[in-house]
Design a protein around this ligand. Sequence first.
Ligand code: SAM
Length: 211
Amino acid sequence: MDLAERYSLIRQRFDRRAIQYQRNPLTHWVGHSEMAALRRMIPPPPRRGELPALDFGCGTGRVTILLLELGYRVTGYDLSPGMLDQARAAIGERLDVIFTSDPQSLGGSWPLIVALGVLDYYPDCSLLFQEWRRLLCPGGTLIVTIPNARSPLARLYAFFSRFTCQAYVNTLAELTSAAQSAGFTLTGTQVAFPRRWWGHTIVTVFQLQTP
Ligand SMILES: C[S@@+](CC[C@H](N)C(=O)[O-])C[C@H]1O[C@@H](n2cnc3c(N)ncnc32)[C@H](O)[C@@H]1O
């Protein structure tokens, strides 16, 4: 399956389950722990409303809400119009947020990109790093998560995801190697749900090296 086919499959699968997405108990419990990790790891902007942030694969908007609370101006981008509709309904009209499913509208030079639960759906975690490299400014911060290959719960999640949208587990070493090949340096990592080496999600912070 090439990347365009994968995007199309992900869009279809998430459009279909957009209304149910937030009601899934696993999404809710794991998400609570992931959001707490993000809150600890996202650098606050120097002044409210000054810096833009891209919530890449924003889904129904929970990271968008966190970024807004922290004081960023946020663009929520997602392949799935159905998920974006849920995000718009949850957040409403605000001057400091826009939502889009058009990759052409994203431009470049973002100081911060957060992608929670996005790499899950890519068998090769290097696939999206080239895109993030193009979107970030030099020295920009990228925060991404992966389901932890060392977690029994994440393996169970990957197994059952075949009935919704096939997910894949990865190790921190595999993720870091893919990121390094695209010019990123790992600057922070935490494990969520629970905060143990065998927890479900690895949350990582990468810095794009300056040329
Ligand atoms: C598990 S959901 C997570 C949503 C949100 N980040 C959250 O944590 O609630 C994954 C989302 O990523 C989106 N997605 C996956 N690959 C994407 C891509 N290449 N570009 C934009 N969105 C993508 C999917 O459409 C889906 O809405």
